[in-house]
Design a protein around this ligand. Structure first.
Ligand code: C5P
Length: 360
């Protein structure tokens, strides 16, 4: 975001970051009347971050902004990994978060929003939800609303089931559609995870629908699917209080995995390759198709990542760790957003990382 202008009338550029999530346990119940499924999950935030910057548009650009087909009051740009798959309009989840708070506050000054992506797009790690969480926090600061965490979480839940957790971070039990949280403050031991992106994404509603279909099939005596149902989280919660990565790895479970595998059978090979590479446990992340491989140490994770990279099955492999903190402000400075500034244009800043694992 440009900083070429002196602060006038409280002009401000605010940046917030929010983490990706994984589900250490994801139990999915029946389809509800409102189209959602009850879930019982153990969320964990990991050290992969979405960054959202918001600023008022420079007054010199207001006239030009009004000429834009979108009316020019919310100017969205998306950069970073997978940015070409994310809309740069009002349907963008970060834009919806900005719009929600701005409408409530009755402010119609044009706002510039820039999202920088690190979390896989449509990958089952709540990248879009993290965008919304970071945007809520940054906009709250930009507009001087001081809503506080409870009010922000209430708005977060309206934007998406995983958004409240991306605000909070850490490790937490999620219930309802995922938005009701109880923090697990005892779950502090560091966990090392290899994150393996798939070629292509999966739509969350489609994976939920596929799970319903597989379950209905089973019920009617059709093709028998392997549909393990995640049971109680008691043992996992106990293991999370300790520091034995193997004990934790043995208790990880994801009810959505068979549905993601059914929609993207190539993931069977990814899971096999990760298993053969010596990971303690491998599974699909949330609704997929990103796969996670849990390891004993950072060194172990780097070795597993190297071996998976050699199989050539993934466009991007990253080593990360959890738990990570929740959304927070990283920058609050004087300035304005500008139209057509090279620093906010997609092409000049897109990162093109390839299959080399990132060593942290
Ligand atoms: O809450 P969010 O907007 O992220 O959810 C996207 C879609 O995923 C929902 O419209 C619904 O189809 C599905 N979903 C679900 N049960 C949940 C969460 C999401 O069926 N607990």
């Amino acid at each position: 975001m440009p900083r070429d202008t002196l602060p006038v009338g409280g002009a401000r550029v605010v940046t917030a970051v929010a983490p990706a999530k994984i589900n250490l346990h994801l139990g999915v119940g029946d389809l509800r009347a409102d189209g959602y499924h009850d879930v019982h999950t153990v969320y964990r935030a990991v050290d992969m971050w979405e960054r959202v910057t918001v600023a008022f548009l420079h007054p010199d650009d207001h006239a030009a902004a009004r000429e834009r087909p979108d009316g020019g009051d919310l100017i969205v740009s998306v950069i970073g990994h997978g940015a070409d798959k994310v809309p740069e309009d009002r349907t963008n989840l970060a834009a919806r978060a900005v719009e929600l708070l701005r409408t409530e506050a009755g402010i119609d000054t044009p706002i510039v929003v820039q999202v920088r992506k690190e979390v896989p797009v449509a990958g089952g790690m709540a990248g879009g939800s993290a965008d919304a969480a970071a945007a809520l926090l940054a906009t709250d600061r930009l507009l001087g609303l001081r809503l506080g965490s409870a009010a922000l979480e209430e708005r977060a839940a309206r934007l998406g089931s995983d958004v409240p957790f991306c605000l909070r971070g850490g490790t937490a039990i999620g219930s309802g559609r995922g938005e009701k949280l109880v923090p697990l403050l005892h779950a502090r031991a560091e966990q090392h995870i290899v994150v393996v992106l798939a070629r292509g994404g999966l739509s969350t509603p489609e994976v939920f629908a596929e799970l319903d279909r597989l379950r209905a099939d089973d019920g009617e005596g059709g093709a028998a699917h392997e549909l393990p149902e995640a049971g109680s989280t008691d043992e996992l919660l106990r293991a999370l209080g300790g520091s034995d990565p193997e004990a934790i790895a043995d208790l990880l479970v994801n009810d959505m995995e068979p549905a993601a595998l059914s929609l993207m059978p190539a993931l069977h090979r990814t899971l096999r390759v990760g298993h053969e590479a010596g990971a303690l446990h491998g599974m699909v992340s949330g609704s997929g198709p990103t796969c996670l491989f849990f390891c004993a140490t950072n060194e172990h994770a780097l070795d597993v990542a190297d071996e998976i990279a050699q199989a050539g099955i993934s466009p991007l492999i990253t080593v990360t760790r959890g738990p990570a903190r929740g959304a927070h402000i990283t920058e609050d400075a004087a300035g304005y957003g500008r139209l057509n500034d090279p620093s906010t244009s997609r092409d000049s800043t897109r990162t093109g990382r390839d299959t080399k694992p990132t060593r942290k």
